[in-house]
Design a protein around this ligand. Structure first.
Ligand SMILES: [Fe+2]
Length: 404
């Protein structure tokens, strides 16, 4: 990857070529379980009566508000501003009843210019699976329209859980934007990322332009839980990644619950030994019926980089022993569905916008193709149904993953 970066910095045209991939899948796997379509934002916007945009007066806000660590009862809301004094967040019910106004705290953080400030507000005391509206205020005056969000469902929730996952999402090129537009056609409530979030090097400017600048609308309404990739680690070993996101635990590897699903994100750019120990305890401590793990480098892959055998050796037995049903990874810029290994489903989803690369097949390959895509899955009762959707909006693969 180093040589690619070098070519990019020397030759802009080479860089742009590297961004482009196949927008449309030329082959299909299993298309017998098409996803239900619908906007992920429509209900939230209708409830709060607004799109949630920045107001024209909010010239001081350089990064629009976004949700982090959304749980059953709380959330963090972050933004970047040049005028930190007097800023707060107002929480209302959809009918307008004001529940609280919480002050904002400025935190030391990577920012693009010296006058920018990273702000965070913690909101507590919320109820599970409930729609609220927030807006950022300055001296009591709104800087944003009302922005709708829904808290996480509780562990005993029986409604389906809907998740968007993608990886290797690009440097702001047209493929990334085409796929981002298609994401607005499936009704997810939670976003996970399999790493390489900010191309090329995980700098603060690349997070602003290629991440927050692209997914602004999604991030202000919906929680985002990324795993770090090798590109994110190219600047200060991932310090900007950990600054712009406020993730649980060490922020390098962490877990959280969403309804009946326990999610764990690993950091393949840090030594795996301590994570193996942590993950074994973390999975053993969860009594939830569903366990999903995601990480950047793939334990199984037939793509350009191929399987990371060290990770496979360290982690695959652990996944099987603790009843993990699904493992998602990225790094290879393709889609690959692996034949279940010891009862565990593995998916490579590394086609989020940074070009595509040819993918081969291996004895463990169930279906593979090199296409710009995201995956979307619904967890409902005893089954999970995963859909792979390309940058034209066409579903080209699906798979049913049983709970047991
Ligand atoms: Fe990577």
């Amino acid at each position: 990857m180093k040589s690619t970066t070098l070519v990019c910095s020397l030759l802009l045209t080479g860089c742009l070529t590297n961004e482009s991939g196949n927008l449309s899948a030329t082959t299909s796997g299993d298309s017998t379980h098409p996803a239900e379509r619908g906007s992920p934002l429509a209900e939230l916007r209708a409830a709060c009566g607004a799109q949630g945009a920045l107001l024209p007066t909010a010239t001081a806000v350089h990064r629009a508000p976004y949700l982090q660590q959304l749980t059953t009862h709380s959330t963090l809301i972050g933004w970047v501003t040049t005028e930190p004094a007097g800023e707060s967040v107002e929480i209302t019910r959809p009918d307008g009843e004001v529940l609280t106004t919480a002050g904002a705290e400025r935190r030391q953080s990577a920012v693009r210019t010296a006058d920018e400030n990273q702000m965070w507000t913690t909101v507590d005391g919320l109820e599970p699976d409930t729609i609220y509206c927030y807006r950022v205020l300055q001296d009591g005056q709104p800087l944003t329209e009302r922005i709708g969000f829904r808290t996480a469902p509780g562990a005993d929730s029986v409604r389906p859980v809907r998740v968007l996952a993608f990886g290797d999402s690009g440097g702001g090129g047209s493929d990334q934007l085409a796929l981002a537009a298609e994401m607005l056609d499936v009704p997810f409530e939670l976003i996970i990322h399999t790493g390489d979030v900010a191309y090329d090097n995980g700098t603060i400017a690349q997070f602003e332009d290629n991440v927050f600048g692209v997914y602004t609308e999604l991030f202000r309404h919906l929680p985002f839980y990324p795993a770090a990739g090798n590109h994110d680690y190219e600047t200060m070993r991932g310090a900007p990644f950990r600054d712009v996101f406020a993730l649980p635990g060490t922020e390098q590897w962490y877990s959280y619950d969403w309804g009946p699903v326990h999610f764990a994100a690993l950091d393949t750019e840090s030594p795996i030994g301590p994570q193996v120990e942590w993950l074994a305890a973390d999975l053993a401590a969860s009594s939830l019926p569903w366990k999903i793990v995601y990480l950047h480098k793939p334990p199984y892959s037939s793509g350009e980089h191929g399987s990371d055998l060290g990770l496979r050796t360290a982690l695959a037995p652990l996944f099987a022993r603790h009843g993990v049903q699904l493992v998602l990874s990225g790094h290879d810029h393709d889609y690959e569905r692996i034949t279940p290994q010891d009862g565990v489903a593995y998916i490579v989803t590394g086609g989020g916008g940074r070009g595509t690369r040819p993918v081969g097949t291996s004895p463990f390959t169930a279906f593979a193709t090199d296409v710009i895509h995201y995956v979307y899955f619904e967890v409902s009762g005893d089954q999970l149904v995963l859909h792979a959707i390309d940058a034209t909006g066409a579903e080209f693969d699906s798979v049913v993953v049983p709970r047991a």
